[in-house]
Design a protein around this ligand. Sequence first.
Ligand SMILES: NC(=O)c1ccc[n+]([C@@H]2O[C@H](COP(=O)([O-])OP(=O)(O)OC[C@H]3O[C@@H](n4cnc5c(N)ncnc54)[C@H](OP(=O)(O)O)[C@@H]3O)[C@@H](O)[C@H]2O)c1
Length: 235
Amino acid sequence: MQINGANVLVTGANRGLGRQFARSLVERGAAKVYATARRPELVDVPGVIPVRLDITDTTSVAAAAVAAPDVDILVNNAGISTGANLISGDLATIRREMDTHFYGTLNVIRAFAPQLAGGAILNVLSAISWLAFDGAGAYHAAKAAEWALTNSARLELAAQRTLVTGLHLGAADTDMMAWYSGDKAAPEVVVAAALDGIEADRTEVLADSWSRQVKAWLAEDPAVIYREAAAALTA
Ligand SMILES: NC(=O)c1ccc[n+]([C@@H]2O[C@H](COP(=O)([O-])OP(=O)(O)OC[C@H]3O[C@@H](n4cnc5c(N)ncnc54)[C@H](OP(=O)(O)O)[C@@H]3O)[C@@H](O)[C@H]2O)c1
């Protein structure tokens, strides 16, 4: 899958990783970059085509698929992090996480799948797809669901030769992680790993050492995983 000359659509392209995807795609010679956002007037990347898209609104998604009818690569980046836990958190907030990461991403994939034969989908997941955090129960569940969606979409779209890639990362330096004072990857480093992965036809990209560590823990008993994760996070 070559980015040079491809038409690419990015969700949530007005800030954070999505804005960096749009910039890097232009730099790598994408023919068209549809930089979508709930408020497209906020898209400030030179050389892109701003398109209005709220991934949780099926009418908005259908309109975007008409406005961008020739997409080769879809980057499902849009996301939220509410900090809601599952037992104590507000149910409407928990549903909003699921509506965004799972149903929102699914809405976009369903609308654009007919355009993506021989193309690619990149879903921006997280190390938290695989590891629960107290204070991020809803985000963990929604990202785990989005990971499952990634795997099912890959199977369901194999017949039309659509590469479906999951990107996992720990922390990147964006608004979403502004509260976090630990190590954060630069958005351009994460995005470069993701785009290199697509160009190498990879089904999974682990963008940093934390996502590689969390993936390695999956083979362990949960008691071991959560003991080792707690130790690593307090080290
Ligand atoms: N930053 C990290 O450390 C990290 C780690 C792991 C995974 N991720 C994932 O990376 C992706 C990008 O996160 P980020 O760090 O760049 O976050 P961010 O800086 O908070 O940006 C989130 C983007 O998603 C958009 N968005 C949210 N809900 C949307 C909706 N319903 N429809 C369309 N756009 C919507 C936001 O638009 P508005 O401006 O309109 O709100 C914004 O453009 C997310 O999927 C996140 O879960 C991030």
